[in-house]
Design a protein around this ligand. Structure first.
Ligand SMILES: *Cc1c(COP(=O)(O)O)cnc(C)c1O
Length: 490
């Protein structure tokens, strides 16, 4: 391209380049199993492969795509690979992809209603749809006093909830009480709550990470919570936020929402439910009981970008009292004033989140719900859960291994049991097994620690995974464990 002739958004060039990019991505998906699932590059690998400064003159898309193939893809960990079983899934789908494309094409910044009325209104409608699929209580609907909002991540969701709850309390009891506010959750709660406490100015000693161990299947015990609350009250502290999890990050355990919610209610505490991963499953009637008690919650969060075929990022947060969010997060500068906002006829989502600018993210969720329909989405979840059950059966059949926490959704926590029963040795063995399995590049699993035990996590949930991928992963795990045990016994 000659200088001075750049046309950054020429429709015909977009058509040509766009088709080429879609072809490139389709070919990527066709050959995705040829790559090592976990990238095997060394830190800093890319610096030697790319020039040290940006080009003065334009290059062609071909040149860039060649570079992607040769230098970028080796440094990619393939989250969409059917052999991906690490952490929790982060689904993509054609529908989600189409929504992302359309959102990129329109490229609006929808901070207030007026900046693109459709963006705000579609988000309200789609989150009402999803709330109904999850059978959330009516108070969470935008037609009531609450409503849903799409955050980037569960971490942002928990932060805005903590700020709303904090300010609701401080408004009532005075700003000086900040140092007295106490947050409750189990030690299995995602670290984003701790980060939110740090950012929200919660006194570092006032975050109660209550122990949830093997005896309760890693769920928070209501008695432990009650005791902590009365102890804090007796010291003059003020309980203000309880976070329960449905599907914890380590083991997918479930806190008992009904009993915890009642304790929160009795003490006037804001009750938040983090169902980032497992929330998706609750569109199936057989899994919905896991969120019984959500009617007692003030806020509920699930990541559509984990297990709901909606490309990253899309984290759905619902609140019962939208004013609590708005009172904590709204600003009203002159340059954003407009009639619709000032007459209070509309929602301005800038007041429900941390940034001002926001993408048109509801498009992809809308596409997923429309192009697949809830029945397919339910079957999609069930298929993964069945594959996980299948894997659990395989682990159970091999006396060298054990499942270490109940499998509730599509996650299996398991480990190699050493003959000696020595914890330290077992931890070392399992750690080495993890590294050995992942360095084959053929499958990718992750780990956690539960009650001091080093544990392997196998989470089914990639959109391309079939039974043969699960079987192959198990073959690899067994083969690597045999090699490892041979080495240890000599
Ligand atoms: C994944 C996860 C999170 C964090 O999700 P982000 O969207 O990456 O912030 C929080 N809580 C639970 C239970 C999770 O599974």
């Amino acid at each position: 391209m000659e200088r001075g002739q750049m046309k950054p958004m020429d429709a015909e060039q977009l058509r040509e380049n766009g088709h080429r990019m879609v072809d490139f991505i389709a070919d990527y998906y066709k050959t995705i199993e040829d790559f090592p699932v976990l990238s095997q590059v060394e830190p800093g690998y890319l610096r030697n492969l790319l020039p040290s400064s940006a080009p003065d003159d334009p290059e062609s898309l071909d040149q860039v795509l060649e570079d992607v193939q040769a230098n970028i893809l080796p440094g990619v960990t393939h989250w969409q690979s059917p052999n991906y079983f690490a952490y929790y899934p982060s689904n993509s789908s054609i529908a989600g992809f189409m929504g992302e494309m359309l959102s990129a094409g329109l490229n609006i910044v929808g901070f207030s209603w007026i900046t693109s009325p459709a963006a705000t209104e579609l988000e309200m409608i789609v989150l009402d749809w999803l709330a109904k699929l999850l059978k959330l209580p009516e108070e969470f609907l935008s037609t009531e006093q609450g409503g849903g909002v799409i955050q980037g991540t569960a971490s942002e969701a928990i932060l805005v909830v903590l700020l709303a709850a904090r300010d609701k309390f401080l408004h009532r009891i005075g700003k000086n009480a900040l140092n007295k506010l106490v947050v409750y959750a189990s030690d299995q709660t995602h670290s984003s709550l701790q980060k939110a406490c740090q950012m929200g100015g919660i006194h570092p000693e006032n975050y109660r990470m209550l122990i949830a161990g093997a005896s309760t299947n890693y769920a928070l015990s209501p008695d432990v919570l009650k005791e902590a609350i009365s102890h804090d009250i007796s010291k003059g502290l003020i309980p203000f936020l309880l976070c329960a999890t449905v599907g914890t990050t380590s083991s997918a355990s479930i806190d008992p929402l009904l009993s915890l919610g009642k304790i929160a209610e009795e003490n006037g505490i804001w009750f938040h439910i983090d169902a980032a991963y497992a929330g998706s499953a609750c569109i199936c009637p057989e899994f919905r009981p896991y969120i019984d008690g959500v009617e007692l919650a003030d806020s509920f969060n699930m990541n559509a970008h984990k297990w709901f075929l909606t490309n990253f990022d899309c984290s759905a947060l619902w609140v019962k009292d939208r004013n609590a969010l708005i009172q904590s997060l709204s600003t009203n500068p002159e340059y954003l004033k407009n009639k619709a906002s000032q007459t209070n006829k509309v929602i301005d989502y800038k007041d429900w989140q941390i940034p001002l600018g926001r993408r048109f993210r509801s498009l992809k969720l809308w596409m997923v719900l429309r192009l697949y329909g809830s029945k397919n989405l339910q079957d999609y979840i069930r298929n993964h859960v069945n594959l996980a059950k299948h894997f659990e059966g395989l682990v159970d059949q091999n006396p060298r291994f054990e499942v270490v926490a109940p499998r509730l959704f599509s996650l299996i926590c398991f480990r190699l049991v050493p003959a000696e029963g020595n914890l330290e040795l077992s931890n070392k063995l399992n750690h080495e097994l993890l590294d050995a399995v992942n360095s084959t590049g053929k499958t990718f699993i992750s780990h956690t620690v539960l009650s001091g035990m080093y544990i392997l996590r196998f989470a089914v949930g990639a959109p391309l995974t079939e039974k043969r991928h699960v079987d192959e992963a198990w073959e690899i795990i067994q083969a690597q464990s045999s090699l490892l045990l041979e080495r240890f016994s000599t």
